[in-house]
Structures are given as structure tokens and as C-alpha cells.
Design a protein. Structure first.
Length: 311
């Protein structure tokens, strides 16, 4: 008998059916095969094992000792394959599986949660997680297989961003271009303007996430000579809004977070020459086959981004 075996699942399935029915003819009918095809496959399996698996009797067949030894293993292997097929089918139908999404903070304020809500409503059996991190960490998460997709912010120059993405081993799909706003205390004279220049806010105190303006969203204006007076260094978004509402200063607001602003705050658009529009991208690992969940989520994300652009 050979020390190792090379046989097909079809042989095992035919073997198990013949064992169940006790007849080549009945097994052929159940499997929609010809009797000769069943006979050939059983003969091939016996040749592979080097021993007869059935005694051919005047009326039907009966398992030999070798056949009785093989049967529980064949049934276990077929059951395991059937379970695997069932699980794979469930993944394909989005009745199981997972979706691990990452997003930078302002994308997680409204856009991504809204798309996730829609996805979960359509596919409640898929386990969904959301990680909120800086873009650099999100890219690492994709490379380390901690995330399936990340919504990231980057250079509005598509060629530069695509080059950076290739270096990071990710694939990018452009979602939208995000302008910047400034949150103002109620009744501020610049409220409602579409293209405020930062120089018009030179006398204001700023509420920023860093004492170094070059480390904030104002960095391009700083390089051009703008010198903001940073009165409060605050990382928490809710606290920033509270300070603006209380008249302690103004703060920059990415457009993706505009709907999360307190209703008592005023706002104005910032001229893109002072705080450039930034591009928002969907990033996925390059060279990795997308899961059924990811394939279903991406169109919803693009639709959500289009709704934001049209808003």
C-alpha cells in the first residue's frame, strides 16, 4: 500500500454514497452519474489505496475491512469540506465575516459613521469595527493587516499622493476634496463669508492643537508669513468648541466636521491659498484580494462622499 495518497474529493463522495446505498447503481442515480463512472472512480480509489474497498456481491456491494476503516475518515473529510463550503458561501453572501475600517478623526465625525450605519443595516451579520487614528498610523494598520480599509487625508496633488501610497504599499481611491472652515464666536462680523483670509483674523486669539502653529492646519499660511496668536492649546474637539462659544478665540474646522459643530457657533470658509484644500482617500492594501464585505462597503463609501460633496 502506498505510504501517501493522492485522491479527489469526488472519489470520496462516490465511495461514501456507495457505502450508504450498498449499490453502484443506486449511488450513480443519487449522484447523477453513470454506473460505469461510479465503477471507474471506486476502482481508482482502490488502486490508490492498494486494497479492495467493496466486496462485489450478486446483489449489491459490501464494505471490506479496508472500506470499513476508510469510511469514517471519508465521512469526516467530506463533512469538514461541506462546513468549509457553507462558511465560504456565508462570507460571499455577507451573512458572516468582518470589516475593519480606520479613519482619521474628522472623517469619523460624520462621513464614515453614516456609511457604516448604512452598511450594518444592510449586512447585520458582518462584524464591523472602526479605529480612529492619524493617517500615518492608519497606513501602518493596513500594512500590518489590522485594517481592511482606511479613510485617510493627504496631499491634494494626486500624483504626489499616489507616489506616497505606492511607497506605503497601499492603493488609493479618491473620495473628495475637503476645504477648511473657521469656527467663530456667535455674532462674529466674518460669519458666513466663503473665503476669509487668515490675515483678516490676525487680531484674533487662536485655539489650536499645538503651541507651534507650523504643526497645525495653518502651517502653509505660517510659511507664507502669517503669525497667529495662539491663546489656548487644546486637543479635545468639544473643548475647542466650548472655548470658541465663550469668546476665547477662533479655531480651524475641517469641512468633514462642520455638521458636528455646536449650533451656537458661527462659521466661515477659509481661502484655499491660506489653508489648502486637502484630499480624502480610501486606502486599501495593494495586492490583497478584497473580501466580499469590503467590496460591498466601498461603493457605499463613494456614495457617502458624493453626498457630502453635494451637501
Amino acid at each position: 500500500m502506498p505510504s501517501s495518497h493522492d485522491f479527489t474529493t469526488a472519489w470520496l463522495r462516490v465511495f461514501a454514497e456507495v457505502a450508504r446505498t450498498g449499490s453502484f447503481t443506486s449511488a450513480a442515480t443519487a449522484l447523477d452519474y453513470t454506473q460505469s463512472a461510479v465503477s471507474r472512480q471506486i476502482a481508482s480509489l482502490e488502486a490508490e489505496f492498494g486494497a479492495p474497498l467493496f466486496d462485489r456481491l450478486p446483489r449489491g456491494v459490501r464494505l471490506t475491512e479496508a472500506g470499513r476503516g476508510l469510511l469514517p475518515h471519508a465521512e469526516a473529510a467530506l463533512a469538514q469540506l461541506d462546513r468549509a463550503r457553507t462558511e465560504l458561501d456565508a462570507l460571499g453572501r455577507l451573512e458572516a465575516g468582518r470589516l475593519r475600517v480606520g479613519a482619521f478623526a474628522t472623517a469619523a465625525a460624520d462621513l464614515v459613521p453614516e456609511v457604516l450605519r448604512e452598511f450594518r443595516a444592510a449586512h447585520p451579520e458582518v462584524a464591523v469595527t472602526l479605529a480612529v487614528e492619524l493617517t500615518a498610523r492608519l497606513l501602518h494598520g493596513l500594512a500590518e493587516d489590522r485594517l481592511d480599509l482606511a479613510v485617510v487625508a493627504g496631499d491634494a496633488d494626486p500624483d504626489a499622493m499616489q507616489e506616497a501610497a505606492a511607497t506605503a504599499g497601499v492603493r488609493l481611491e479618491h473620495l473628495l476634496d475637503e476645504p477648511m472652515l473657521v469656527a467663530l464666536p456667535p455674532g462674529h462680523p466674518l460669519a458666513g463669508r466663503a473665503d476669509v483670509r487668515l490675515a483678516e483674523l490676525a487680531d484674533e486669539e487662536w485655539i489650536a492643537g499645538s503651541a507651534r502653529p507650523e504643526d497645525t492646519l495653518m502651517r502653509s499660511a505660517v510659511r507664507a508669513g502669517f503669525r497667529p496668536r495662539i491663546g489656548s492649546v487644546v486637543g479635545d474637539w468639544i473643548a475647542k468648541q466650548g472655548l470658541v462659544a465663550a469668546g476665547f478665540g477662533v479655531t480651524l474646522v475641517p469641512a468633514l466636521a462642520a455638521d458636528a459643530l455646536r449650533p451656537d457657533l458661527a462659521r466661515a470658509g477659509v481661502h484655499p491659498d491660506d489653508v489648502p484644500i486637502r484630499a480624502i482617500w480610501a486606502a486599501t492594501p495593494r495586492g490583497v484580494a478584497p473580501s466580499a464585505a469590503l467590496a460591498a462597503f466601498l461603493p457605499l463609501l463613494h456614495t457617502g462622499a458624493q453626498a457630502f460633496r453635494d451637501h
